[in-house]
Design a protein around this ligand. Sequence first.
Ligand code: CMC
Length: 371
Amino acid sequence: MELRKGLEDIAIKETSITYIDGDLGRLYYRGYSIYDLASFSNFEEVSYLIWYGKLPTQRELADLKSHLAEERNVSEEISTFVSKVAKTANPMDILRTAVSMMGLEDRREEGLVTKAIKITAKIPTIISLIQRTRRDQKFIEPDPSLSHAENFLYMINGEKPDLNFSKTMDVALMLHMDHEMNASTMACLVVASTLSDIYSSVVAGISALKGPLHGGANSEALKQFMEVESPDQVEKYVLNKLSTGHRLMGFGHRIYKTMDPRAKILKDYAREVTEGKPTERLYKVAEKIEEIGIKILGKRGIYPNVDFYSGLVFFSLGFDTDLFPTIFASARVVGWTAHVDEYLLDNKLIRPKAIYVGDLGKKYIPIDERQ
Ligand code: CMC
């Protein structure tokens, strides 16, 4: 039996949700280029596309928008829990537990996508509760007249975002929605394949996304930009980092061997939202890290990934640094649940093998005779 560490190059299902061309740096959701979706679409429309497999009609989009808006409130139990731990616990741990609590409130008769819509609608409320509690700010009730992205920023900052900010948020969320068989989606499928419930799957997804090699890389990438005083210090910083065995965070990808298209799109938004602001310095440093990083690592196919510029975008939109992975989760939940739905159409228990390399036939020695 062949050992494939990290399941590299192993396909575990067929999908019609997302296609990635890692050599050319292209990404498609349901056949639509991510560049077109980022330019012309929005969070709700792309969620519909990912869940239902086609672009919605006006009526279908309006229905999904109002469904998402209606489901934004969380139960008192969840809001009490989140407020209680917001100042001390890791935001991904809080989110994981809050989604688990949603599972306790589950109405069994509802279909998978209806449950997915509920979870998706409530995650921004949980994230804003965490940030505003930590800052001793009053909780902002969700505003059903606002789009998903606008309302998310409104609940974080306490004021309605301008068009620039809401478009940036919409795009950032769309870019994070799905990415074929990444580690967190795989974790969701492992749980789903046992015929467990969707809340348990999403909890597994959040758990996998939390790590710094996956969704945790966005805050790590921003920390790098903060560590460097000015662009002329970048070369020394990068060389020192790599020669001491550290990785450049926000660089490298299992599938992309060129620049991740999501990073290209986010770079433009990062430039726009930082222009003329104190954060412009961070953008300039980031751009230089990109240049030097590609010069050193590009020949090995290691380029900026989605997490390279996303942290700077989220930071500029008003989010605390350690909340970035939760924002990633708030969008990826659409892809997780769509993949679970797709997988269950033709379910097969995920049960790979391990190659045993230990001894066999050892003699059991009673404890008082052991050395
Ligand atoms: N900086 C320096 N070296 C790197 C980097 C990096 N960012 N990424 C990979 N390498 C090197 C690595 O050291 C290894 O070298 P060697 O063969 O000499 O030991 C080689 O490239 C292969 O690395 P790997 O970890 O075996 O390859 P992988 O396909 O498992 O890596 C990765 C994918 C994302 C885990 C890795 O590129 C990485 O750790 N990047 C930094 C963290 C990061 O930005 N994660 C976000 C990923 S994209 C969005 C998401 O999924 O959340």
